[in-house]
Design a protein around this ligand. Structure first.
Ligand code: NAG
Length: 119
């Protein structure tokens, strides 16, 4: 492994660890991490979202009192579509219900989802 690569890794790690929380709204990274345990359910695996998925959804829910924050989360998800891949949008719509959360409805996830419609 060359030393430049190691330095980049160390700096990246430091950046991730020390980066201050600027506001209560979660970063894109945090949003995507939160959704990670939900992806299998959203991709038709199993019949219910996992406990860790629901726990994350509930936390996210509490972090998004402002409409603008919810729009930002929508933008994060939209940017991650190429990584997330195809999901079952019926499940996207009812994941928060299934978790017993009042989560604001997540719009159907697609590369051209319109985040201006987020309520
Ligand atoms: C999407 O999920 C719903 C609810 O679980 C299921 O009824 C439906 O068959 C799924 N759709 C596809 C295309 O797999």
């Amino acid at each position: 492994m060359n030393s430049k690569f190691i330095i980049v890794c160390v700096l990246t790690t430091l950046f991730l660890v020390v980066r201050p929380a600027m506001s209560a709204a979660p970063s894109c990274d945090a949003v995507i991490t939160s959704f990670a345990p939900c992806l299998s359910y959203l991709k038709n695996v199993g019949s219910l979202p996992s406990t860790s998925c629901c726990d994350n959804i509930k936390v996210l829910d509490q972090q998004l009192p402002e409409k603008q924050d919810r729009k930002n989360v929508c933008q994060c998800i939209k940017l991650a579509v190429p990584v997330i891949g195809t999901v079952n949008n019926t499940r996207v719509q009812d994941v928060s219900n299934s978790c017993g959360s009042k989560l604001y409805e997540i719009p159907p996830i697609s590369p051209d989802m319109n985040c201006d419609n987020v309520v």
